[in-house]
Design a protein. Structure first.
Length: 497
């Protein structure tokens, strides 16, 4: 009978090992999914960036292609994807945001797998759960834009690279290299700044002193991905006016990246392998370049042309989450030496404390006030104030997005400044008439609704058309109603006697 004990112990250990291999990605995935589904509708609010996705996704495929020739080509693949989802599941805030929730959940699972491979079970679970708690990730976790999808692709490509670096000789690697190249290419087609992940991966290869064969394969598949995205990059550069609003880089803008790099450096310091070979593959070798290189690369690009927006390198948070996981694993090891019975509670305890500490942030990100405006709320105000035969104006013209997302609320209103609709002009906001024509049309109206930004975020009009609109309203109309709601404003004007 005693001879059976080693067999039973071996089977038990195998079961525990298999269960851990599942839990290390399943727990982060389900945890992040729960965070994403919590308050997903944000009280049925949609802000201006998401409104662009909503109204484009509602167009036909031909209309989307026509628009991409003029504007927003950089997001073309994402718009086509969302068009397909809107066709199948209908237009709603759930359809708009659920792809981002699923994408970040998948990224968390990848973080869990990378962390467990390189630093053990708790590094994987802790890092995967940390990803969804990062404030910047929480913002885009529930955002109808492509940045979460890019983060998922970057996490997948990093996982594939780690598996290739860990693989022994004689194993067939080309399917994983092909998958790596495809993941990088798809990310680039969603946002070509994601190609900054390639130099981050190159830094990892240099850190671990990868062999010549690995370097050649990485260069080949990475170059193929760049070549595939190059037509989009060159074409979208002709639409650079879309990012002309981004301010030049200033020192205060570098505070955020500086803090992130400092936190990442602490995580890398905590990830000190017990092996004497400091060049071995580790979480630090993978996570620190993935965090630092995209951030520093975007800063460098912004010195040439202002481009610095944290969402463009959101995928670098995958590297930060890996480093946080490594730090948590180091804390578990330290606790196990002194208090072995409670060491398994370190990661759950830290995660629980983080949830409580970040509760104001978590609630804030899920409130309509977390975004600069709400196109649906102001549409409701228009529906309550309008009368059939009224005219409607938008200042600036981009505020027409509220009518494009909620056309029923604007039924019966005459858009007197519009010369060609967004679909007919293959643009996002349509083409408006010349100032003289707008003035003439307004003078023939008795009642006008003006949709614009709320006073606290409004800017003085710069376009001649917008100046003409406001001049006519000021000279020939009087205000009879004024409503401000969630960053937008609707003012009702009546013609003076």
């Amino acid at each position: 009978m005693p001879s059976d004990i080693p067999v039973i112990s071996s089977a038990s250990a195998l079961f525990v090992s298999r269960r851990r291999r599942v839990l290390v990605w399943l727990v982060p995935l389900l945890w992040t999914l729960g965070l994403g589904l919590w308050g997903l509708s944000r009280q049925e609010s949609v802000w201006r960036d998401e409104a662009a996705t909503w109204q484009v996704a509602g167009r036909s495929t031909d209309e989307i292609w026509a628009m991409l020739a003029n504007v927003d080509a950089v997001h073309g693949l994402y718009y086509l994807l969302m068009h397909g989802l809107f066709e199948v599941f209908g237009a709603s805030t759930t359809t708009l945001r659920l792809p981002s929730v699923l994408a970040v959940s998948a990224a968390a699972a990848c973080v869990g797998l990378v962390g467990s491979r390189l630093a053990g079970f708790w590094a994987g679970v802790g890092g995967g759960m940390a990803l969804g708690l990062l404030p910047s990730v929480q913002f885009y976790l529930q955002e109808g834009r492509p940045y979460a999808l890019v983060a998922a692709g970057a996490a997948l490509s990093t996982l594939l690279l780690v598996s290739l670096l860990e693989g022994g000789p004689g194993r067939r690697t080309w399917p994983r290299w092909a998958a790596y190249g495809i993941a990088v290419l798809v990310c680039a087609l969603l946002n070509w700044l994601s190609l900054l992940a390639l130099p981050a991966h190159a830094a990892t290869l240099g850190w671990v002193r990868a062999g010549r064969a690995v370097w050649l394969r990485w260069a080949a598949y990475g170059s193929a991905a760049v070549a595939g995205a190059l037509p989009l990059i060159l074409f979208s550069r002709g639409q650079s006016d879309q990012v002309s609003w981004i301010p030049p880089l200033t020192w205060p803008m570098l505070i955020g990246p500086g803090i992130l790099l400092a936190v990442g450096g602490l995580g890398a310091w905590a990830d000190r392998p017990d092996r004497p070979d400091r060049r071995a593959l580790s979480v630090a070798a993978v996570g620190l370049p993935l965090l630092a290189v995209p951030q520093l690369g975007l800063i460098g690009l912004s010195l040439v042309q202002p481009l610095f927006q944290d969402r463009y390198v959101l995928f670098s948070m995958v590297g930060l989450a890996m480093l946080i996981g490594a730090a948590l694993a180091a804390a578990v090891r330290l606790c196990a030496r002194r208090f072995p019975r409670v060491s398994a509670l370190v990661v759950p305890g830290v995660v629980g404390a983080s949830v409580l500490a970040l509760l104001p942030v978590e609630l804030g990100k899920r409130a309509p006030a977390s975004r600069v405006d709400d196109v649906l709320a102001v549409a409701g105000e228009v529906a309550g104030l309008k009368r059939d035969g009224d005219a409607v104006l938008f200042v600036p013209a981009a505020r027409r997005d509220t009518a494009l997302v909620s056309p029923s609320a604007f039924g019966g209103l005459a858009d007197v400044a519009l010369a060609a609709s967004p679909v007919a002009s293959a643009t996002l906001k349509g083409e408006e008439a010349e100032p003289a024509r707008i003035r003439e049309s307004l003078l023939g109206q008795q009642r006008v609704l003006l949709v614009t930004d709320a006073a606290e975020v409004a800017k003085a009009p710069s376009a001649e058309r917008d100046k003409a609109k406001e001049a006519v309203l000021r000279e020939h109309f009087r205000v009879v109603a004024d409503r401000q709601v969630r960053g937008r404003r609707v003012t009702v004007y009546e013609r003076r006697a």
